[in-house]
Design a protein around this ligand. Structure first.
Ligand SMILES: [Zn+2]
Ligand SMILES: [Zn+2]
Length: 253
């Protein structure tokens, strides 16, 4: 069975573990190594199952614990060359991947997809095992064609719903930061996320809203906006509720 453990999601750090038959990959390690280990223990993940760390892009909320965690677990780090060059991970076992080229790891097929974000070469990841697909797509100002297609074929989509437009506009961020977040290379709004889900409607697909802004969004606002636009009951749309919350999402074959 394919399952995703969302250990952290948002501006304070992002980390998701995807497990298939007792082996796992970690997508992003944006909190401290110590915290990652304690979150894994809490979620019942045996850290020896984790065989690799994959990085989406070089922003601190995605890589903060990557070097120490890779060394502690003695696992390689996979990311594209521009991302690697933009990070400073210390001494690690680096494995180069290319956007658009799939590779095999832990019995899973992993496809790095381009996102649209203010980073060197940011990626989303589509992971497939036993005919089931999990998409992890955050930090993207708009959905690229490739991510939108992946959304249309995934069984579980962990997708960014970063901000409420009114909260961003009227919030405390400086003008230039507001402009960047709202741009095509910033983050995805609740409405843009919902519209993408609606456009790519797929029966049985689970949606998990990710990377919610602490300042410009709330779990209730995100869920309510998305639920209304896609015509789904609010309790069918999930996201992390509070700092330190985690979630295990199962995709049954
Ligand atoms: Zn970012
Ligand atoms: Zn981020």
């Amino acid at each position: 069975m394919l399952e995703a453990h969302v250990l952290a999601s948002g501006s304070d750090g992002n980390c998701t573990v995807i497990e298939s038959d007792g082996e796992a990959i970690m997508i992003d390690a944006g909190v401290s190594c110590r915290r990652i280990l304690s979150l894994m223990e809490r979620e019942g993940i045996d850290s020896s199952c984790v065989k690799a760390i994959l990085l989406t892009h070089e922003h601190t909320d995605h890589i903060m614990g990557a070097g120490p965690t890779a060394r502690k677990l003695n696992v390689p780090v996979y990311c594209n060359r521009p991302t690697f060059e933009a990070c400073n991970l210390g001494k690690i076992d680096y494995r180069q991947i290319s956007t658009g080229t799939s590779f095999e790891l832990c019995g899973m097929n992993i496809l790095p997809l381009p996102t649209s974000h203010n980073a060197a070469e940011p990626n989303a990841f589509l992971t497939e095992a036993d005919g089931k697909k999990i998409l992890v797509a955050t930090d993207t100002g708009k959905l690229t064609y490739q991510v939108e297609h992946a959304l249309s074929i995934s069984d579980l989509a962990i997708i960014e719903s970063n901000y409420d437009t009114n909260m961003l506009t009227n919030g405390p961020y400086p003008f230039n930061l507001k402009k960047l977040i709202g741009s095509d290379i910033g983050h995805l709004s609740n409405v843009a996320c919902a519209n993408a889900i609606k456009r790519t409607e797929r029966k049985g697909r689970k949606i998990f809203l990710a990377h919610l802004s602490k300042t410009n969004n709330t779990p209730d606002t995100a869920r309510e906006t998305v639920a209304e636009i896609i015509g789904e009951k609010r309790f069918n749309i999930d996201c992390l509720e509070f700092p330190g919350d985690t979630r295990t999402l199962k995709v049954k074959a």
